[in-house]
Design a protein around this ligand. Structure first.
Ligand SMILES: [Cu+2]
Length: 130
């Protein structure tokens, strides 16, 4: 089942890159048993390679253009914003959270100085109720 991004999921994704690792929301997200699509947004003039632990993901759209035949990614470079219009880039990813894999994990920018300066967020996979 494919589910839309919840407000809490959106807040977590949106929190990356604010200069600190986001710890406080780690235990509020229930993702096990779900296939979700997240829209990652890059407002910066630099690209940032997005990486998430545990789950590979498919890129299904880049800047609202659907990918014809999505493949599996471990890390995907978010393009920079449009330097003419200032419009942020967007990359839509799809991933499934397995019900037998639980615990805290992270997603982060794969450029080490960016990661060390806060482009990382913790989330927790918890056993689902279905
Ligand atoms: Cu980065």
């Amino acid at each position: 089942m494919l589910e839309k991004l919840t407000e809490k999921e959106r807040q977590i994704v949106d929190s990356v890159g604010r200069g600190r690792t986001n710890h406080e929301v780690a235990d509020e997200l229930e993702l096990s048993h779900k296939t979700v699509e997240w829209t990652l947004m890059n407002k910066d003039v630099f690209q940032h390679p997005f990486h998430i632990h545990v789950n590979p993901f498919q890129v299904v759209a880049v800047n609202a253009r659907r990918v014809d035949q999505p493949v599996w990614w471990d890390t995907f470079a978010l393009p920079p914003r449009d330097t003419t219009t200032g419009q942020p880039s967007t990359v839509q990813i799809r991933m499934r959270f397995r019900s037998d894999v639980t615990g805290k994990t992270v997603f982060h920018c794969h450029i080490l100085p960016h990661e060390d300066n806060g482009m990382m967020s913790i989330f927790e996979l918890v056993a689902g109720t279905r």
